[in-house]
Design a protein around this ligand. Structure first.
Ligand SMILES: [Zn+2]
Length: 115
């Protein structure tokens, strides 16, 4: 989609600090990091949100988590990280192109969920 910022990043039309790219996903540093390490992993294809995934997206969904886990550890999240998928208005999703956030750093993140 031409007006989608994440589609444009995936296509290389908007510069980003890319960490990884393959046939299904692209990973890059979040431009407004909410933690010392804040990686975004997105599908290359335009998928609006986690609420709109279908069975055909299962391989891509697995890739998002596997790539994010590997990159988080490579970037320094050696003692854990937080993974967030904001979905829709209630989930405070800002860009309507499925984003998976990986956040971490040297210090324990502030509490958000108890488990
Ligand atoms: Zn998009």
């Amino acid at each position: 989609m031409a007006d989608c910022i994440f589609c444009r990043i995936a296509a290389g039309a908007i510069p980003a600090k890319k960490l990884y790219e393959d046939d299904l996903v692209v990973a890059f540093h979040d431009i407004q990091p909410a933690a010392p390490i804040h990686i975004l992993v997105i599908p290359k294809a335009h998928v609006t949100s986690l609420a709109s995934v279908e069975s055909a997206h299962e391989a891509m969904l697995g890739r998002l988590l596997a790539v994010g886990s590997r990159l988080a550890k490579e970037q320094g999240c050696s003692d854990g990280f937080r993974t967030i998928v904001n979905t829709g208005r209630v989930g405070r999703q800002e860009v309507y192109h499925l984003p998976v956030h990986f956040l971490g750093g040297p210090d324990v993140l502030p509490p958000m969920l108890k488990h």
